[in-house]
Design a protein around this ligand. Structure first.
Ligand code: PEP
Ligand code: MG
Length: 583
């Protein structure tokens, strides 16, 4: 068999070579067996036993995950427990057994299939998430009815690269770091829950491969290049050699990078920039510190609201933000207020089905419509700001009016605390994310009313180029180096500096070594990224001068296509650091 190269979307960087393990294709064969009238109560009681057994399994799993990875990861299972209490589903199974007199396994699997069929026709991301919960739990119940043991990723006996159509949050959360050395999925984009988890676990991963589970078989040797999004099946000896060398080189770099930990991110001509971390869960704090970050440039607080039954209280949020503030003492921690909607939904709230959710009721728009939920978060942030150097940042601001409304609510939150004699810090810097083209184009106006900008290129690119960031089919059009993006970024940095405020970037673009040269040349002050990228980027910064970077940026701005810019910058990176990026 000659090698097959599959192109997906890079989800978590690194190269890994290993044996593929197809996960999630296990068929649970269910035979149709007719039963007598007298057997009906017995079948129903078998069903009830299976429900109880499944419930116990999930609770044990939830506790284990919460202990190993933190309570938030464990909360993923709350949705699964809810499925077990779904009266409609249970009643439907019981009445069907009574009516059709067939064994419970068969009836149950038919009901599951029916649900899957109905849900798959609905184009709603939230409901799609629900069907994966129902399927996940349904298979557990079926396994218990059939007396089969569930295959879990934490039970793996050897190191493998997991290949799956999709990975449910519960599957991903049970990945044993030492055994799952990488993974690939057919669907999903860079910002899927799975991709985010892979980055926190530092497992190389590629998503959106489309046909991975068709082209790859269990036991196949595969290479996963999580940095470029390539998966190579049955690699030729030459390819294998190339990637082994690349892997070896990367391990070598890791040593170079580790030596960067205690050094500052300073260019050859003395400009100090800040390298901060993007986090999704407070449990990532030790990793962030371990990678020598200058603080947190983006805390995606919406994860606080996801995978749970209730809304987080002010007290609960206060404790989490306080802990964060204390962990970083004088280092800056930017709390981004909840960015719900788009592709991130919560079960506690009935989000409407929208044709274009990314351009719909999300982030600050949702917050302004629900000041009760928003102000609870703002009060928690204000209170926690006493304990460290917190800053607050609003997502999806499209113009000055939204910013002003958000600031009024922040002021109201302050007043409410004052009335109750609850202490808060007066020194809470307010910033906005520049991720909507209208904000980028009016940033001179916005810059007068905030303390900082953070450019959210993940969204800014999708809106300015009209390319859905989660759609694997048009991922080739998603170009951070497109001249339009470059011009917007330049405009924002210049406007910020003109108003004497600092400008950061927390989109993925800030963690790409070649693009960092350009951004440095454009004058970016803070680069915020997944912690695993920090030392590599520090190495780039420490090996270039601002003057050099500016010259490169000026030339990049004269080019006419995204590809030209990309090639030009990667050539410059290779010239700059040939030992790492090759010549
Ligand atoms: C962005 O849009 O660039 C960003 C950092 O926010 P998120 O990825 O959470 O939308
Ligand atoms: Mg965004």
């Amino acid at each position: 068999m000659s090698e097959i190269i599959l192109k997906g979307i890079p989800a978590a960087p690194g190269i890994v070579i290993g044996k593929a393990y197809i996960f999630g294709k296990e068929e649970l064969d269910v035979e149709k067996v007719m039963i007598s009238e007298e057997q009906i109560p017995l079948e129903i009681s078998r069903f009830e036993d299976a429900l109880i057994q499944t419930r116990q399994e999930i609770i044990v799993l939830q506790k284990k995950i919460a202990q190993e990875m933190g309570t938030e990861h464990g909360e993923v299972f709350d949705a699964h427990l809810l499925v077990l209490e779904d009266r409609m589903l249970i009643e439907e199974v019981i009445s069907k057994v009574k009516r059709e007199k067939q064994c419970i396994e068969f009836i149950f699997s038919e009901v599951l299939k029916h649900y899957a069929g109905v849900f798959s026709k609905i184009e709603d991301e939230y409901l799609k998430e629900r069907i994966s919960d129902i399927n996940d739990v349904g298979r557990r119940i079926l396994r218990n009815l059939l007396g089969k043991k569930r295959k879990v990723l934490s039970d793996l006996e050897e190191k493998v690269i997991v290949v799956a159509h999709d990975l449910s949050p519960s599957d991903t959360a049970t990945m044993h770091k030492n055994r799952v050395i990488g993974f690939v999925t057919d669907i999903g984009g860079k910002t899927s829950h799975t991709a985010i988890m892979a980055k926190s676990l530092e497992i190389p991963a590629v998503v959106g491969l489309e046909i991975g589970t068709v082209q790859i078989k269990s036991g196949d040797k595969i290479i996963v290049d999580g940095s470029s999004g390539l998966v190579i099946v049955a690699p030729d000896p030459e390819t294998l050699k190339k990637y082994e060398a690349q892997g070896e080189k990367m391990r070598g770099w890791t040593e170079t990078f580790v030596s960067m930990k205690t050094l500052s991110a300073q260019t050859l001509d003395g400009k100090l920039v800040s390298l901060a971390a993007n986090i999704e869960f407070p449990e990532e704090i030790p990793t962030v510190i371990d990678h020598g970050a200058d603080g947190v440039g983006l805390y995606r607080t919406e994860y606080f609201y996801m995978n749970r039954r209730d809304l987080p209280t002010e007290e609960e949020q206060f404790e989490a933000y306080k802990n964060l503030a204390k962990s970083f003492s004088d280092k800056s921690v930017i709390i981004r207020t909840m960015d719900l909607g788009g592709d991130k939904f919560i079960s506690q709230f009935d989000f409407p089905k929208e044709m274009s959710p990314f351009m719909g009721w999300r982030a600050i728009r949702f917050c302004l419509a629900r000041p009760d939920i928003f102000k609870t978060q703002l009060r928690a942030i204000l209170r926690a700001s006493v304990f460290g150097n917190l800053k607050v940042m609003f997502p999806m601001i499209s113009g000055i009016e939204e910013l002003r409304k958000a600031k009024i609510l922040l002021e109201e939150a302050r007043m409410e605390l004052r009335q109750k004699n609850i202490s808060y810090s007066d020194k809470l810097d307010v910033g906005v994310m520049i991720e909507v083209p209208s904000a980028a184009l009016t940033c001179d106006i916005l810059s007068r009313e905030v303390s900082f900008f953070s450019i959210g290129t993940n969204d800014l690119i999708q809106y300015s180029l009209a390319v859905d960031r989660t759609n694997e089919k048009i991922a080739y059009l998603y170009e951070p180096t497109h001249p339009a993006v470059l011009r917007l970024v330049k405009t924002v940095i210049e406007a910020g500096h003109k108003s004497n405020i600092w400008v950061g970037m927390c989109g993925e673009m800030a963690s790409e070594p070649a693009l960092v040269i350009l951004l440095l040349g454009l004058g970016l002050d803070e680069f915020s990224m997944p912690s695993a990228s920090i030392l590599e980027i520090k190495n780039v910064i420490r090996n270039i001068s601002c003057a050099q970077a500016k010259e490169i940026a000026d030339e990049a701005l004269t080019l006419t296509t995204g590809i030209e810019v990309e090639n030009f910058l990667s050539r410059k990176l290779k010239e700059l650091l040939p030992a790492i990026y090759g010549i």
